[in-house]
Design a protein around this ligand. Structure first.
Ligand code: C5P
Length: 232
């Protein structure tokens, strides 16, 4: 086993307004986490999927395996941490200890349940050169930097992009980035930002607007509609 997709599902998803963790909310009859895991498992380069779940939700490991019947190996889920970064760190440390042959990882937000196997392959190919890559989409709106209620600057939007997942890294590079972030007390909102701090070149590929992240109340209806349209 050399290439593992880490699927992050340990967030509480409070903004979504659901009583259960966001990744367990059902869309089109299946948990968001299952949609993401299934898409990544279908990528030929993915050897295994590693779910990262909230504390107290590991009991379902066997039932997950039975219910999903994935195209690839489903590793026993592990516990996430308080922050997204801590959840990634838990997964990376677990892989280094228990799956020492792993050299590449995808880090994916389960909440981006419209990810495709093709996304996973495209980002891996882009990461091959430098050891790190992510999908991005251009920004069409004008972006203002606002400080204390006043515009301090208008950014050049031609240079601005939105970061998506799955992001792909050489496991060793991601470990180094997480170690350094911990030493420096830095919390990043994605993994690529931590790898950038190492001075490693991070490649980009075209993301897809359809691969958006379920975040707020109202997103569930939008996701249901998108699944319905994709089936027509
Ligand atoms: O909160 P945010 O939308 O940025 O979360 C992105 C992804 O990271 C979600 O899929 C969520 O489940 C996961 N996450 C996690 N552990 C945390 C916080 C978020 O695995 N402590």
């Amino acid at each position: 086993m050399e290439r593992v997709a880490i699927v992050l599902a340990a967030g509480r998803g409070e903004r979504l307004g659901s009583s259960e963790p966001k990744a367990f909310v059902e869309v089109a009859g299946h948990p968001v986490l299952e949609h993401s895991a299934r898409a990544l498992a279908a990528a030929p380069s993915v050897d295994a999927v590693l779910p990262v779940l909230p504390a107290g939700m590991l009991d379902g490991a066997e039932s997950l395996r039975a219910a999903w019947d994935l195209d690839t190996v489903l590793l026993d889920p592990i516990n996430g941490g308080k922050t997204r970064q801590q959840s990634v760190y838990n997964a990376v440390r677990w892989l280094l200890e228990y799956q020492p042959a792993v050299c590449w990882v995808w880090v994916h937000d389960a909440a981006r349940c419209f990810v495709s196997a093709e996304d996973a392959e495209r980002v891996l190919a882009a990461a091959a050169k430098t050891g790190a890559a992510l999908p991005v989409i251009p920004i069409h709106e004008t972006v203002k930097r606002v400080v204390s209620g006043h515009v301090s600057q208008t950014e050049d939007r031609r240079e601005l992009f939105l970061a998506q997942t799955p992001q792909v890294f050489r496991l060793e590079i991601l470990r180094e980035a997480l170690d350094k972030a911990a030493r420096d007390h830095v919390q990043g909102t994605d993994c690529a930002s931590l790898v950038e701090r190492l001075g490693v070149e991070v490649n980009v590929v075209d993301g897809r607007r359809e691969n958006w992240k379920l975040t707020e109340a109202g997103d569930l209806d939008r996701a249901e509609r998108q699944f319905a349209e994709s089936r027509q």
